[in-house]
Ligand binder design. Structure first.
Ligand SMILES: Cc1cc2nc3c(=O)[nH]c(=O)nc-3n(C[C@H](O)[C@H](O)[C@H](O)COP(=O)(O)OP(=O)(O)OC[C@H]3O[C@@H](n4cnc5c(N)ncnc54)[C@H](O)[C@@H]3O)c2cc1C
Length: 369
């Protein structure tokens, strides 16, 4: 048996830990934070993940997640179109879902090191040495599931971290009047905001904005009033909802740049291999799917059925086949959002050519797996 270490306990890391533990493979997860905790995320998960989650007994039935079947898009100036989603999704907060996956993995004997940030990963003589500021670990294989941007990206000298990224994102949980089966995506100048239901009849309101909006108005609240409120749908949500946290969750430096799925022999899964633009609502499905692929190959490697070279070659090939074009399309589609004329164009496309709109949605999503 090989010694497997996962750096990062988000969806990709937790799904991988569960899968490997089910196969009887000893695995440890090192996570910077401690569960449960909130994350900035729209919290809409594509139904393509359901067969796999059910197979591993990881579907969060106990939270009765709402079934989301319809999509609404509004333009910067408040024109609206609706569409039935081919595949649809379900809603659950990351606070609940990640903790649920963590508890499952812990019960299977996965070792967790929480509140521990990895600073360096080195590969020498076919072994990894992984270090935090206080201790080191040795491993035969490291799976990098450390998300969209990490200190490790800097120490591993990944090229994309050198460029500044212009996006920030904000998330709230609210109680509001919004159909349970509907996910809405509302455009505003230089950004877009999603709203959909999660567990306990709560809703997630989450938006991505260019940092110029914040630079211009200085404060999140003022930016929302001056920029987001120009879309009447957003104004109504912000004015008529009960906000459930005292402060929003905020992150910045969100990059959609191309990354590599393998870096210095570390197999990257989820956002650490490449992030799809949030408007696709598919990043979590990608992270879960990557967790499945990396687990299946790791099981073969761990049992001595394939060597490291085959492991890496197979992973890179499968990753590119499954995910690379979806990330590319996501980046291109993002140009249709955040400006008055392009968002009107997209709403008109949805109104008059729903089959074309559905085709675009289908191309940013995978098949059920
Ligand atoms: C605004 C916004 C809205 C979104 N909305 C949706 C949506 O509605 N639907 C959807 O499917 N996707 C959405 N996404 C994308 C989705 O959130 C991500 O694709 C998904 O979380 C990726 O999972 P992951 O496991 O790769 O990374 P994460 O879930 O980010 O997990 C990475 C983990 O690694 C840990 N970590 C980082 N560095 C270290 C380190 N050095 N040492 C130890 N631990 C470390 C972090 O603490 C974190 O827990 C959205 C993203 C954004 C920004």
């Amino acid at each position: 048996m090989k010694n497997i270490l996962i750096v990062g306990g988000g969806l990709a890391g937790l799904v991988t830990a569960n899968y490997l533990a089910d196969a009887g493979i000893p695995v440890s997860v090192i996570e910077k934070k401690a569960y449960p905790f909130h994350r900035v995320c729209g919290e809409y998960i594509s139904n393509e993940t359901i067969p796999f989650l059910r197979k591993l007994n990881l579907f969060p039935d106990e939270f009765t997640p709402p079934n989301i079947t319809k999509f609404q898009l509004t333009s910067v100036n408040g024109k609206s179109a609706r569409l039935n989603l081919d595949l649809g999704g379900f809603g659950i907060s990351r606070y609940a879902f990640d903790n649920f996956l963590y508890e499952k993995a812990k019960a299977k004997g996965v070792t967790f090191f929480l509140n521990t940030e990895i600073e360096t990963v080195q590969f020498q003589d076919d072994q990894f040495t992984v270090a935090s500021s206080t201790r080191t670990w040795n491993a035969d294989l490291v799976i990098g599931a450390f998300g969209k941007r990490s200190r490790l990206d800097v120490t591993m000298s990944r090229p994309y971290v050198k460029a500044r990224s212009p996006y920030l994102a904000v998330k709230y949980h609210v109680r509001t009047d919004h159909p349970a089966e509907l996910i809405s995506l509302h455009n505003f100048k230089n950004g877009y905001c999603g709203i959909s239901q999660i567990e306990d009849q709560k809703y997630t309101v989450c938006y991505l904005s260019h940092r110029d909006n914040l630079k211009e108005y200085g404060k999140i609240e003022l930016m929302e009033q001056e920029v987001l409120y120009k879309n009447p749908y957003l104004k109504s949500i912000f004015k008529n909802s009960e906000f459930l946290y005292s402060r929003p969750e905020v992150i910045n430096e969100i990059s959609f740049a191309t990354k590599s799925p393998i870096e210095d022999h570390v197999l990257m899964a989820g956002d650490s291999a490449g992030m799809i633009t949030p408007l696709c609502g598919n990043g979590m499905a990608l992270a879960i799917h990557a967790g499945k692929v990396v687990s299946e190959l790791t099981i073969e490697f761990s049992r001595g059925k394939i060597n490291r070279e085959a492991l890496e070659n197979n992973y890179e090939t499968i990753w590119n086949k499954l995910f690379a074009s979806r990330l590319w399309i996501g980046r291109k589609v993002q140009f249709l959002f955040g400006a008055e004329w392009t968002s009107n164009l997209t709403v008109n496309l949805m109104r008059h050519s729903p089959s074309v709109a559905n085709l675009i949605i289908r191309n940013t999503h995978g098949n059920p797996f």
